[in-house]
Design a protein around this ligand. Structure first.
Ligand SMILES: C[S@@+](CC[C@H](N)C(=O)[O-])C[C@H]1O[C@@H](n2cnc3c(N)ncnc32)[C@H](O)[C@@H]1O
Length: 262
């Protein structure tokens, strides 16, 4: 690929391309189920880098007992979130989508003793289980589970002029991702990190023809991020215990670095 011609550099062609892609035109295997190798590697990574401990295992067990779907992050992903939070020295973390508090435990553990994790959950029963799990992990003091539709809770936090969050982890209903990313920006500061789970959704992200609000929400979020002057983002595809998916990771900046496309 030549990069020296004005035409090549002129306009990000990819935007037009992703607007009209359909996965049905691509030869592919069914990416729904994790491959045995991915599972083995995830287990090995857990053994090396930090397996679930009693509190995390108990959070998973309580979610299973309560009949919650197995949609928490994998241990290796929880660890990645924790490392990211530590890397930026996060003192205040916001999570959108609590479930049983599994990722909340990983994140809250990255905080200093006087740090704060606020996590938003629409389902009161899930919130109750999450509070119990955070308490069992010894994290009640630095965490708060807020019940209600996340968009409303975010509005309330913004109205209350809550102090900005250093890290925001978006992991709730994907149809509302555009709403969440806008709100996240409103309660972030320059240097805050925004992480979005399930950003690739088995490759469906690039499919403009699904008619699935989950996919359309992700696509609208990508459009928003790609144009926003205060967001600098990367997205990575992942495989592992959770199958084929990925994360969007964005940092809030004063001004974006120039890209090749200008
Ligand atoms: C993928 S799960 C979160 C998993 C959790 N972050 C973890 O890894 O342990 C998504 C959660 O978002 C919650 N949720 C869905 N729609 C929501 C909404 N509009 N507002 C707040 N929470 C919502 C669901 O009830 C569910 O518990």
């Amino acid at each position: 690929m030549r990069l020296d011609s004005a035409d090549d550099c002129a306009e990000p062609m990819t935007h037009d391309r992703v607007r009209s892609l359909s996965l049905s035109s691509l030869p592919m295997q069914d990416p729904k189920e994790p491959e045995p190798l991915w599972l083995e590697v995830d287990r090995a990574l857990e053994d090396w880098l930090g397996p679930d401990d009693a509190a995390l295992r108990s959070a998973t067990a309580s979610a299973n007992r309560a009949g919650m779907p197995a949609i928490a992050v994998a241990p290796a992903q929880g660890r990645m979130l924790q490392v990211l939070a530590r890397a930026i020295g996060a003192r205040r973390i916001l999570e959108i989508g609590t479930l049983a508090g599994y990722s909340a435990i990983w994140l809250a553990r990255a905080l200093p003793a006087d740090g704060r994790l606020v996590t938003l959950e629409i389902d009161p029963e899930r919130a109750l289980v999450a509070r119990e799990n955070l308490a069992r992990a010894g994290l009640s003091e630095r965490s708060e589970v807020v019940v209600g539709p996340a968009a409303d809770s975010l509005d309330a936090l913004i109205r209350a002029k809550i102090a900005p969050f250093d890290m925001i982890f978006i992991d709730a209903d994907k149809r509302n991702c555009p709403v969440y990313i806008r709100h996240a920006l409103a309660i972030a500061r320059t240097g805050s990190l925004i992480v979005v789970d399930n950003a690739i959704s088995r490759g469906r992200l690039i499919d403009s023809s699904t008619g699935d609000p989950h996919v359309d929400g992700l696509r609208a979020m990508m459009d928003f991020v790609s144009h926003h002057p205060r967001l600098e983002a990367a997205a990575v595809q992942t495989v592992g215990a959770k199958g084929y998916d990925g994360f969007l990771i964005a940092t809030v900046v004063d001004e974006r670095l120039p890209t090749i496309a200008g």
